[in-house]
Design a protein around this ligand. Structure first.
Ligand SMILES: NC(=O)c1ccc[n+]([C@@H]2O[C@H](COP(=O)([O-])OP(=O)(O)OC[C@H]3O[C@@H](n4cnc5c(N)ncnc54)[C@H](OP(=O)(O)O)[C@@H]3O)[C@@H](O)[C@H]2O)c1
Length: 359
């Protein structure tokens, strides 16, 4: 089967892999781009990820603009899209609430409206924190009646990136139910590089962690021996997303993309350290103390991190049975997460830390 697809965030890390995957499956993919003149570079990248670049086309637009800034002709072409994949977001710590809402919340609403109006299946990328119900309750999200949530307080509590992703989730569900659209939401854990090549882009949270370890800035493991940073490889994630989009039984459903065999944080750092020949920390520092330290700007700058990042390190375990069953049904194999992590560390060392050394 070959279908027309529309992807936002296609120039990003997960997006590039999704474009490569969809195009090899024979789909025609149109990508929302703020800078459509960069399509040649994107196609090169898709080729290098073993996709079929000739099936990928740019559509000029911006999540922050009314109607996504689409021209009438592009709006017409997109009507043929069987699936709309929404990955576009401003992913960074320290965003202002206004900006995070404009891109991540209003952008999601616009994409949802487009998908609902033209009756395309929407596949929305959320985040695994949306499956941590205790956390949601703790930070004041009213999951049963989201309209009662005091969003400004949530933005203050967890930072603008995470808060805007949470708000975008409920805003999307609201648009889809008001307009009778079909949506599937996929919630990824922190994304690890490709299981075969280790490919990952600089700027990803896992790259920041590996860089800190390499630069000797991680002298203690954040949290306790029970704390972990749940991971998922980018290839497993995009296979799940792509299968969701064309599976009628997944309309109105959510799927957690998380590998429950991800090591705890101490083992994760030890494994990366061993693969790259760096020392990894043995002692722990409590998250409470680290959070306090990260509120001191020079410390946050030195550690190249933010207190906002700490919520993603947790002790909660997740039930992934539904995902395993879905993957089995679609013949999607889950890669070995430890081997993928090692390949990612080697890729980061060569391509990201290598660049740091030549600067
Ligand atoms: N990576 C993770 O560990 C992880 C985990 C859970 C959930 N997620 C979610 O997965 C999605 C993709 O993440 P990623 O890691 O691939 O992100 P990424 O590499 O930072 O890419 C972000 C994408 O969003 C686009 N974008 C940003 N602002 C835009 C705007 N105003 N209009 C149009 N496009 C805009 C960027 O386009 P430009 O090229 O123009 O900047 C880029 O294509 C996000 O929704 C993120 O929240 C990621």
């Amino acid at each position: 089967m070959s279908a027309e697809c529309f992807v936002t965030g296609g120039t990003g890390f997960i997006g590039q892999h999704l474009l490569a995957h969809l195009s090899t499956k024979g789909h025609t993919v149109r990508v929302l781009m703020r800078h459509p003149e960069r399509i040649a570079a994107l196609r090169e990248q898709i080729d290098s990820l073993r996709g079929v670049a000739g099936r990928v086309f740019a559509v000029e637009g911006d999540l922050e603009k009314h109607n996504l800034g689409l021209c009438l002709a592009d709006r017409g072409t997109l009507k043929n899209a069987k699936a709309v994949f929404h990955l576009g977001a401003h992913f960074a710590w320290g965003l202002s609430p206004e900006h995070a809402r404009a891109v991540n919340v209003e952008g999601a609403r616009r994409v949802a409206l487009l998908a609902a109006e033209q009756k395309s299946r929407l596949v929305m990328v959320g985040g695994y924190m949306l499956r941590n119900h205790e956390h949601l309750q703790r930070i004041g999200i009213e999951t049963r009646q989201p309209e009662l949530t005091q969003w400004p307080a949530v933005y203050r509590r967890v930072g603008a990136y995470e808060a805007s992703k949470l708000e975008a989730h409920f805003a999307t569900l609201d648009v889809m139910s008001t307009h009778g659209g079909q949506v599937t939401i996929v919630h990824p854990a922190t994304v690890c590089g490709h299981s075969r090549t280790g490919h990952i882009l600089d700027g990803q949270p896992l790259v920041a962690l590996i860089r800190n370890l390499a630069q000797g800035k991680l002298t203690a493991v954040p949290g306790s021996a029970r704390h972990w940073l749940p991971l998922v490889t980018v290839d497993y994630l995009i296979e799940l997303m792509s299968a969701c989009a064309f599976d009628p039984s997944m309309a109105g459903r959510e799927l957690l993309a998380l590998d429950d065999r991800s090591p705890n944080l101490r083992d994760l750092l030890a494994q990366v350290g061993q693969a790259l020949g760096f020392r990894s920390p043995r002692h722990h520092i409590s998250l409470g103390l680290l959070r306090l330290l990260l509120h001191i700007p020079p410390v946050a700058r030195f550690l190249n991190s933010s207190a906002e990042a700490l919520d993603f390190i947790q002790t909660t375990r997740f039930d992934t049975l539904e995902t395993e069953q879905f993957a089995d049904r679609h013949g999607i194999a889950k890669p070995d997460i430890r081997q993928s992590l090692e390949r990612t560390a080697i890729f980061v060392n060569t391509h990201c830390l290598g660049k740091d050394r030549t600067r």
